[in-house]
Ligand binder design. Structure first.
Ligand code: NDP
Length: 248
């Protein structure tokens, strides 16, 4: 019998991350949800709520914008649970401002959390995946990394950077049984988009041919497709899941 594969989802307790954890668990994976260390209490409540619903998620605290902390996280996971077979880089933040008002701190924090994090975490799983001959890496990018977005020079740059990162690493791992792909959601109903002022949110929805935001499950389904054992020949791809907002 094949061993149960281990999946790490960074930002696992967030809106989209939660749906991904559930989808991967439903696929039979052992799922580890990464969370931002200051949120320990919230993360424990999250874990216990899902336990009540029959989901036994492992939890790991790590600021993924920090290289050493990410290295330690992967080391700890490997020694206590096992090597990661599936990685979903989902942690992300926004700090929106037009460029003329954007501070270096707003630029840095978004680049570090959304882009550097993919390097920080992925760097420590590629060797193990290559040696085992199986790996699935999915980077959660954004429609705004494809088309750009007013007020999001930092976020659009970071998410576009993830596309380049995905394609480069996909080439490096192509002969190792490890696939690397990105998913670019459009607007998804989560706390991140609940924070957008209502009139802007309504204007955004008007630009979506489907006339609504995505539900987190709709993104998670595509991630579970990419990480499926049978999905062996798709690598370096970006799957847009945006209700037709930006067709590419
Ligand atoms: P959430 O804010 O709900 O989830 C993001 C998660 O990332 C949170 O759990 C957050 O923790 C965590 N996180 C933030 N910074 C760090 C860090 N330094 N280290 C570890 N974890 C961190 O947002 P979504 O679920 O909406 O977003 C998930 C991903 O999807 C993000 O990458 C986002 O950019 C992307 N996305 C979202 C879209 C949307 O419309 N919602 C559209 C397109 C892409 P905490 O809550 O403690 O900050």
């Amino acid at each position: 019998m094949n061993k149960q594969k281990i999946a790490l989802v960074t930002g696992g307790t967030g809106g989209i991350g939660t749906a991904i954890c559930i989808a991967l668990a439903d696929q039979g994976r052992k799922v580890i949800a990464g969370y931002f260390p200051p949120e320990q209490e919230i993360a424990e409540a999250w874990q216990s709520k899902h336990r009540d619903n029959g989901y036994e998620f492992e939890m790991v605290a790590c600021d993924v914008s920090d290289y050493e902390a990410s290295e330690k996280m992967l080391h700890d996971i490997e020694s206590t649970i096992g090597a990661v077979d599936i990685l979903v880089n989902c942690a992300g933040i926004t700090r929106d401002k037009t460029l003329r008002r954007m501070t270096p701190e707003q630029w840095d924090s978004v680049l570090r959390t959304n882009l550097d994090s993919a390097f920080n975490v992925t760097r420590h799983v590629v060797e193990g995946m290559s040696e085992s001959g199986f790996g699935r890496i999915v980077n959660i990018s954004s429609v705004n990394g494809q088309k750009g977005q007013y007020g999001q020079a930092n976020y659009s740059a970071a998410k576009a950077g993830l596309h380049g990162f995905t394609k480069a690493v996909a080439q490096e791992l192509a002969t190792k049984g490890v696939t690397v792909n990105s998913v670019s959601p459009g607007y998804v109903k989560t706390e991140m988009t609940d924070a957008i002022p209502e009139e802007i949110r309504d204007a955004i929805i008007q630009q979506v041919p489907m006339g609504r935001m995505a539900l987190p499950d709709e993104i998670a389904y595509v991630v579970s497709f990419l990480t499926d054992d049978r999905n062996t020949y798709m690598t370096g791809a970006n799957l847009p899941v945006n209700g037709g907002m930006y067709m590419s």
